[in-house]
Design a protein around this ligand. Structure first.
Ligand SMILES: *Cc1c(COP(=O)(O)O)cnc(C)c1O
Length: 399
C-alpha cells in the first residue's frame, strides 16, 4: 500500500510572524479579544480561528497537530503533553462507567497499568486478548464493549495487528478502533486500514531526539472537538496540555522523520538478517520467519520499511545483561528504555512487563527472560556496527 503522507507533511508550509521559515512560537497562555462578544462565542465553541486559553488550543499546538493529522490521514489531531496523556484522555472520553474495552494483551506497560488498575475505579473494565487471534478478540466483545484497542506493532515481541480485520470487527459491533502507532510511524497508516483513532507517543520516533515526552491523538474533527470541549472534554478537563515551546521543537524534528525512518528500517533489517544468519532467534517483522511478515507486507508503506525495532533471545537474563553492558562500553548504544533515538537503545524487558500473560503462554509466545529489545539507531556504517556487535556476541559466548 502506498501513501503520500510524507509529501502531505512537506506541503504544509507555514510562515512565521516576520516571514520566518518556521512558524512563530506562541508564547502566551491567554489571548486577547477586541470585542467582548467574540470572547463569549469562543467559549461556546462558535468562533473559529480564535484562541482563548492555551489549555484549549494554541497556534503552535495547532501547527504540530495539523502536521500529524496530515501524516495519519485523519481530519485533525490534538497534541498532548505525553503519550499517556493522549491515551488516557481518549479512553476516558470514549468510555463511561460500566463500559468495557477489549484490548491487546501485549501493549505498552503504562497503557496496561491504566486499564488494569486505574480505569476500574470508574467501573471501566478491560478484557485482554491475544490480538493476533481474531476469534478470541470477537469472543471477548460484550454488549458493554465500546472500544477495541491495540498497537500496530507491539512491545516487546513486535507482534503485528491485523488492522483491516480488526476494523471490520469494530464496525460489526459498533466499537471505536483505537490504534497506538508509536512503533511504526509512516510505515503503517492505521486510518487507511480502517482505524478510527490513531495515537502516538511523540516521545519516540516522531520527535526522535529523546529530549521530551509528548503525545498526539489523530481523529475526526467531531472527536477532537469533544476532547477539547470546555464542559466535558477529557483533554480540556484533565489538562495534559503540551507547551508551545515544545510543540515548536517537535514540529522541527518531525521535518526529518521520513529520512530517519528509512534509515532506522534499513539498519534494523540489515542487523536482523545478519543475527538470524548467525543462528540467533531474532524477532523482526521484516524477516520471513516472523509470524506476521506477510500481514505486515499487506499493510505497510513500502518505502518506509519494517521499522527500527528488533529483538533477539540472548538465552538468559545473565547473558543479556552481560551483552548489553559490553555493547554500551563499546559505544554501540545505551542500555536504556524508550526508542527512536539516533543512537541504538537496548534493554531486556524480561518477564516483568508482561506479567498479565501466564508463564506457559509467555514461553509459547517467545517471551523469554533473555530477550533483548533494540531500537536500532541511525548508524552511518551499519556493517561496521555489525562487526563490533558480533565481537560482543562472541565475547559473551552467544556465537
Ligand atoms: C512510550 C509509549 C507510550 C507512552 O508514551 P509517553 O510519551 O511515555 O507517555 C505509549 N505507547 C507506546 C507504544 C509507547 O512506546
Amino acid at each position: 500500500m502506498e501513501t503520500k503522507a510524507a509529501n502531505k507533511i512537506q506541503d504544509l508550509q507555514y510562515f512565521g510572524e516576520f516571514g520566518g521559515v518556521n512558524p512563530s512560537i506562541s508564547d502566551s497562555s491567554t489571548y486577547t479579544f477586541l470585542a467582548a462578544k467574540s470572547m463569549m462565542d469562543t467559549f461556546e465553541g462558535q468562533a473559529k480561528g480564535c484562541y482563548l486559553y492555551a489549555r484549549h488550543s494554541s497556534p503552535s499546538n495547532l501547527y504540530l497537530s495539523e502536521a500529524l493529522a496530515a501524516m495519519e490521514g485523519t481530519e485533525t489531531a490534538n497534541v498532548a503533553a505525553s503519550g499517556m496523556g493522549a491515551i488516557t484522555s481518549t479512553l476516558l472520553q470514549l468510555c463511561s462507567a460500566n463500559d468495557h474495552i477489549v484490548c491487546s494483551r501485549t501493549i505498552y506497560g503504562g497503557t496496561y497499568a491504566f486499564l488494569k488498575n486505574f480505569a476500574p475505579k470508574f467501573n471501566i473494565t478491560t478484557s485482554f486478548v491475544a490480538i493476533t487471534n481474531l476469534k478470541a478478540v470477537e469472543a471477548a466483545i460484550t454488549k458493554k464493549t465500546k472500544v477495541l484497542y491495540c498497537e500496530s506493532v507491539s512491545n516487546p515481541l513486535l507482534e503485528v495487528a491485523d488492522i483491516i480485520s480488526l476494523s471490520k470487527l469494530a464496525k460489526k459491533y459498533n466499537l471505536t478502533l483505537v490504534v497506538d502507532n508509536t512503533f511504526s510511524p509512516l510505515s503503517i497508516t492505521p486510518k487507511l486500514l480502517g482505524a478510527d483513532i490513531v495515537i502516538h507517543s511523540l516521545t519516540k520516533y516522531i520527535n526522535g531526539t529523546s529530549d521530551t515526552v509528548a503525545g498526539v491523538v489523530c481523529a475526526s474533527t467531531t472527536f477532537i472537538e469533544s476532547l477539547k470541549n470546555v464542559n466535558d472534554g477529557a483533554s480540556m478537563l484533565l489538562g495534559p496540555v503540551m507547551d508551545s515551546m515544545r510543540s515548536a521543537s517537535v514540529l522541527k524534528n518531525m521535518r526529518t522523520l521520513h529520512i530517519r525512518i528509512k534509515k532506522h528500517s534499513e539498519n534494523a533489517l540489515y542487523l536482523a538478517q545478519k543475527f538470524e544468519q548467525n543462528g540467533l532467534r531474532v524477532l523482526y517483522p521484516g524477516l520471513k520467519s516472523h509470524p506476521q511478515n506477510a500481514l505486515y507486507k499487506s499493510m505497510y508503506n513500502t518505502e518506509f520499511g519494517f521499522g527500527g525495532m528488533l529483538a533477539f533471545d540472548a538465552g538468559s537474563l545473565e547473558k543479556a545483561d552481560a551483552l548489553m553492558e559490553l555493547m554500551q562500553e563499546n559505544k554501540l548504544g545505551y542500555l536504556a528504555v524508550s526508542l527512536g533515538f539516533y543512537k541504538t537503545l537496548f534493554n531486556a524487558p524480561g518477564t516483568g512487563t508482561s506479567s498479565e500473560i501466564p508463564e506457559d503462554e509467555q514461553a509459547a509466545m517467545g517471551l523469554t527472560a533473555g530477550l533483548i529489545r533494540f531500537s536500532i539507531g541511525l548508524d552511518n556504517d551499519i556493517e561496521r556496527t555489525y562487526r563490533a556487535m558480533k565481537k560482543c556476541l562472541v565475547k559473551v559466548g552467544l556465537l
